[in-house]
Design a protein around this ligand. Sequence first.
Ligand SMILES: [Ca+2]
Ligand SMILES: [Ca+2]
Ligand SMILES: [Ca+2]
Ligand SMILES: [Ca+2]
Length: 414
Amino acid sequence: MSSSHTLRIQGSTPIDAIIFTAKALDPDVGANGQIDYQLMSQGPFSIDSSGQIQITGPLNQESYELRVLALDAGFPQLSSELEITVLVIEQELEPACGASDYRVEVREGSPPMSKLLQVQALLPGGKENPLRYRLRTDADAVGFSVEPETGWLYVRGALDRESREVYVLAVLASGGSGSRTATCTVRVRVTDENDNAPRLSEERYFMSISENRPPGEIVGRVSATDRDAGQNGRVTYRLPTQETAFSMHPHTGELSVRRSLDREHQATYQLLVMAQDGGAPPRSVTGTIHVSVLDENDNHPVFLHPSPGRETTVQIMEGKLSGAFVSSLLAKDADEGENGTVTYSLSGPWAERFTLHPHTGELRTATSIHHAERSLYTMSVQARDSGSPPRTAEAVLRIQVLGQLDFSRAVRQC
Ligand SMILES: [Ca+2]
Ligand SMILES: [Ca+2]
Ligand SMILES: [Ca+2]
Ligand SMILES: [Ca+2]
C-alpha cells in the first residue's frame, strides 16, 4: 500500500517544527497493531514513533521527497509506504507602514490640495514592485485624498475646525507578492483660525433700572459666544463710546451705573455694546442696549397757583349763587404716572363754604357768600400725588369777599 502527499512550508519555518503526522491504520490488535515509522530518505527531517515529522536542520532546497515506511510488529510483517513532497516556498512579502501612527496638524481653512504628509509603507525587498496607496472610503476620508503613487496626503477642500477637529484616516498601501495590504493610520488635527466673530445673544437688549440707584448697581447683562478655540474664542465686552452714566464689565458683560440716574432728567438711554474676541487680529460685533429709567416718587407736587411760599389772595363778589367760580388751583409734579398724578384738597375753618374739584383744581362756592357775614377766608390748599408713599405740597389761599358797595366804589374809581 502506498500513498502520496504534498506539503507547502515556508523557508523560515523553524527547526523542530512538526510539519506532518503520518497515521497508518492497522486493523490488527496486540503486537500486530503496533506500528513503527521509518523515514527512508535523506534530508533535514526526522520521524518519531507516533508518526510526527519534524524539521531537524535548515531548509536549503526548494523541495524534498520523503518516503515514510510504516511497519507493524506482526509476523509476517506488513508495511505501507507514504510519499511526501515537501515544497519550500518563499515567505510572502507584506507591506508594512513606515510609522505605526501618523499624526499631522493642518490649519483650519487651508486651501484645497494643501499637502499634509507622505505616508510610506515598506515592502521588504520589493523595490521592483512599487506600492500603491488609497484612502479607505469612510466619513472621515471625504475631505482628503492620497496620491496613489507617492502616498502624499492632501486636503480636498478647506476644513472647518468648528465642524470637526480630528479625523482618523486609514491609508491603505497594497502591493507585494500576495497582494497584501498595510493599513496606515493618520490622525489629522485641524488647528484653529480666528474665522468666527463673536455673536451676541440678542441684537438689541432692553433693560431697565430705577432712578436713584447707587453707583455700581447692575442694570443687566449681555453675553456673546464665539465658536473658535482658545483666545480666538475668548470674548470681552466694552462700551465703545464714552459713557458717563454706565460701565461694562469686560468679562461678565454686566452693565452697571456709574452714578445715580434721574428719570426726570433723562428717562431712556441707548448704548452701543461691543463684544470682541482675543484673536490676532481680533473680530468683534456690536449691538445696542436700550435702558429705561424707572420712576420713583422723588418729586413733590409744586403749586403754580396759588404761588408757592407766599399767600395768594383772590377776590370774589358777594351774593353769588352756590357753585360760583372762585379760582383754579394748579400744581405740577415732575414724576410719572401715579407718582405725578395730583389731587387737590382744601382745609381750614369755613372750608365747607367752598368746594374744590380734586382733579381739576377748580374752586367754587358751596353756598351763597356775603361780605357782611365774613369778608376774608384763609384756606390751606394741598396738592398730593398718588405715589406710595405720597408727597404733598401746601399753599395758603386768601379769599376776599367784596360787598356790593365796595364793588360800586371800586368801579367808580376806575
Ligand atoms: Ca473668534
Ligand atoms: Ca476657527
Ligand atoms: Ca411725585
Ligand atoms: Ca421721579
